[in-house]
Design a protein around this ligand. Structure first.
Ligand code: PLP
Length: 486
């Protein structure tokens, strides 16, 4: 099971490739190269080609990834993405261009960006879009800086942004970075924003209210129209964290719900794998009254006889630039290819299937784990491991035990308002069989927690490394390899 280092696989004299007999005079390396360029110790591994290939192939599957098996990481939309979109993003016409090329030579790329913005406007129900932010979190910051510019223009003095207690951690972080103070709004017993509480907190000092819809419990904020009125009555702005858009496409639009600002996570909803941490893309959509504040440049279309595209830097109220050049273009190409190949009905189908899959899992697991919010869910739902905790099995143990079955665990201990939370998002791309496999593993673990808790508490048993000391890893940051490390 443990993969050895390639040095440990070395066998003296074994080689990967045989060179033909030498037919030129032979010279010593030390006669050609200066002394300081020579290595003292040429202890390279000696190994045959097939063993090299097998070694690296085995290494490539030690880590979990979505091309291997199920990856139900709640809130992150870790869906399988069509390989076609990867292929398209590597076309040399897209990958070999330079951001400083004259506009006339990159009309195709500008057209793609323009049309992607148009599609996002349609999907989000907004009037203008910037593709610049490099992730959802940067989209949030961009949106809040726009809110700040808006209030400044109107001579408002505002200091607070309201956020529900179920929100993702990037929300309060963006609020602070934008110079505001985050204020938490409680959720009610149904897991939705407590509208009475929101009303009490919303005054002339509130710049914006940030909501995630559906929220991180996988529940649709059904009072959104009421909330919209409360927020707009004090001329505050309503921001939607669009990370959960995978539940809504072609069904409901943030703009129609009354949101003024929404970010899109292209790497979640629109076909870019992001398990390795990037690159991402977090375009931001706004309603008409906020369009003048968008970052520059915007990609626009000339209204002359010939169709042509240009970068517009002429927005007098723009908040400026959020990123070098125009954003992460490769991610935009994948999103564009995805939207074009799905089409309007395909995108709707994505969201419907994502919601159906989540409800199927929730119904299948509800008898074995605590289910704090029992209504129908959207594209994800949250279980609680409190029943198992009574037997000494923590949610962390359940997550580790899933590794033994070759499955990636769901998000755990988030959202913070659910004790021992397991946040599950199957996505639309999973078959009935892979959902059933996950269910049967989860049921098996629930039974083990009853009958043989030790096996869960000591998991994982089958992985290349067993339970990691996470505290040590974060307290003693030492990434240098040393012979003395055991
Ligand atoms: C992922 C996520 C974010 C942050 O987006 P990034 O693209 O990772 O920066 C914000 N809110 C929610 C609900 C998310 O799931």
């Amino acid at each position: 099971m443990i993969e050895k280092l390639i040095f440990e696989l070395s066998n003296p004299g074994r080689i990967g490739f045989s060179l033909p007999e030498i037919d030129v005079p032979q010279k010593k390396l030390s006669d050609i190269l200066p002394q300081e360029k020579l290595r003292e110790n040429q202890n390279l591994p000696q190994i045959s080609e097939v063993d090299v290939v097998r070694h690296f192939t085995r290494l490539s599957v030690l880590n979990h990834h979505v091309d291997k098996r199920f990856y139900p990481l709640g809130s992150c939309t870790m869906k399988y993405n069509p390989k076609l979109n990867e292929e398209v993003s590597r076309f040399s016409g897209f990958s070999d261009i330079h951001p400083l090329q004259p506009e006339g030579t990159v009309q195709g790329a500008l057209k793609l960006m323009y049309e992607l913005s148009e599609y996002l406007k349609e999907i989000g129900g907004v009037d203008a879009v910037t593709l610049q932010p490099s992730a959802g979190a940067q989209g949030e910051l961009t949106g809040l800086l726009i809110a700040s510019a808006y209030h400044q223009k109107k001579n408002h003095r505002r200091s607070k942004v309201l956020i529900p207690d179920s929100a993702h951690g990037t929300n309060p972080a963006s609020v602070v970075t934008a110079g505001y103070s985050p204020v938490q709004v409680k959720s009610d017993e149904k897991g939705l924003v407590d509208v009475e509480e929101l009303k009490k907190l919303t005054d002339q000092d509130v710049a914006a209210v940030m909501l995630t819809n559906p929220n991180t419990l996988g529940l649709f904020e059904s009072q959104i129209e009421k909330i919209e009125k409360i927020v707009h009555d004090v001329d505050a702005l309503l921001y939607m964290d669009g990370a959960n858009l995978n539940a809504l496409m072609g069904i409901a639009r943030p703009g129609d719900m009354g949101f003024d600002i929404v970010h899109f996570n292209l790497h979640k909803t629109f076909s870019t794998p992001h398990g390795g941490g990037g690159p991402g893309s977090g375009p931001l959509g706004v309603k008409k009254h906020l369009a003048p504040f968008l970052p520059v440049p915007l990609v626009e279309k000339k209204k002359d006889q010939k169709e042509s595209y240009f970068l517009n830097y002429g927005l007098p109220d723009s908040i400026g630039k959020m990123l070098t050049f125009y954003g992460n273009f490769g991610v935009m190409v994948k999103a564009y290819a995805y939207i074009r190949s799905c089409g309007a009905s395909g995108l709707k189908n994505v969201s419907e299937s994502a919601v159906l899959n989540a409800n199927y899992l929730m119904a299948s697991l509800g008898d074995y784990f605590d289910l704090p919010y029992k209504s129908f869910c959207m594209h994800e739902f949250v279980l609680s491991g409190t029943k198992q905790k009574k037997r000494g099995v923590k949610t962390l143990d359940i997550a580790k035990r899933l590794l033994d079955f070759g499955l990636h665990p769901p998000t755990i201990y988030f959202p913070l308002i659910v004790p021992e939370a397991l946040m599950i998002e199957p996505t639309e791309s999973e078959s009935r069989e892979s959902l059933d496999e996950f269910v049967s593993c989860m049921i098996k673990i629930a039974k083990e927690a009853e009958e043989n808790p030790e096996i869960v508490k000591s998991a994982p048993h089958n992985t290349p490394v067993l339970r990691l000391d996470e505290v040590k890893a974060s307290r003693e940051l030492n990434v240098r390899w040393s012979k003395n490390v055991k």
